[in-house]
Write a new protein. Structure first.
Length: 233
């Protein structure tokens, strides 16, 4: 496609969710989650079920896991802390295990950068895990910054983290496109004053994305560039 001059782009930056948007981590999350449940004496959960469990940070994820495995509320705070600790140790020891980028995604990021757009990652995954995954699956320099869950920054859907990213990038929120695969992502982008793009190759459904007012619904990574460089004229 012919790409207009950067100054004419509708957006100057693309900010991406990680899990289910840039990288398929479903197998990885399910594997370490089930290992933690098994080690702590709970029944495991089918991999596909994790599509509805993930997306709001590890603490919320582990509580949802226990609700499914032990029964809603049928566990103590000590039980939660045990599973959370085991899960964190397992996943943190090898965060790239079974993770894979979505087909065409590295090429899409390369084309966005070549067109002059800034790119960033914003995830509820712990910061060190997010950086390890991005560093393993994408060439150096693919993203201008990568934010995972950091002390002092509330998890999504709070807009605080993504607002810090826009300041670091030097781009106004209304010139940023936020891309993700869950209702949490759509709420995050909207709360920060950004247009949102819901991606269908991730963990959730078109209905969820539409119900949460995604401006765009994308079926393949190659659709990102035409949306991002849409002319303002």
């Amino acid at each position: 496609m012919d790409v207009p001059k950067t100054g004419d782009f509708l957006y100057r930056a693309c900010i991406f969710d990680l899990d289910g948007t840039l990288v398929n981590t479903l197998r990885s999350i399910a594997y370490f989650s089930n290992e933690a449940l098994r080690e702590c004496g709970y029944r495991t959960i089918p991999e596909e079920t994790y599509r509805m469990i993930v997306g709001d940070g590890a603490d919320v994820q582990v509580r949802r896991m226990l609700d499914r495995s032990a029964g809603k509320g049928d566990y103590s705070e000590a039980d939660f802390q045990q599973v959370r600790s085991v899960y964190g140790n397992l996943y943190g020891g090898n965060p790239t295990y079974l993770a894979a980028h979505y087909p065409g995604m590295p090429e899409t990021i390369r084309r966005l950068k070549a067109a002059g757009l800034k790119t960033a990652v914003f995830s509820n995954k712990p910061d060190e895990w997010a950086k390890a995954i991005i560093g393993s699956l994408f060439p150096q320099g693919s993203f201008d910054c990568c934010y995972g869950k950091r002390p002092g920054i509330p998890r999504k859907p709070s807009p605080e983290g993504v607002q810090r990213i826009t300041r670091e990038l030097g781009v106004e929120p209304n010139r940023c496109l936020y891309l993700g695969d869950t209702n949490t992502d759509m709420k995050t982008g909207a709360a920060a004053g950004m247009d949102t793009a819901g991606v269908l190759w991730g963990f959730r459904t078109r209905r969820e994305l539409e119900d949460n007012h995604a401006k765009y619904i994308l079926e393949k990574p190659k659709e990102i560039l035409p949306v991002a460089v849409g002319s303002m004229r």
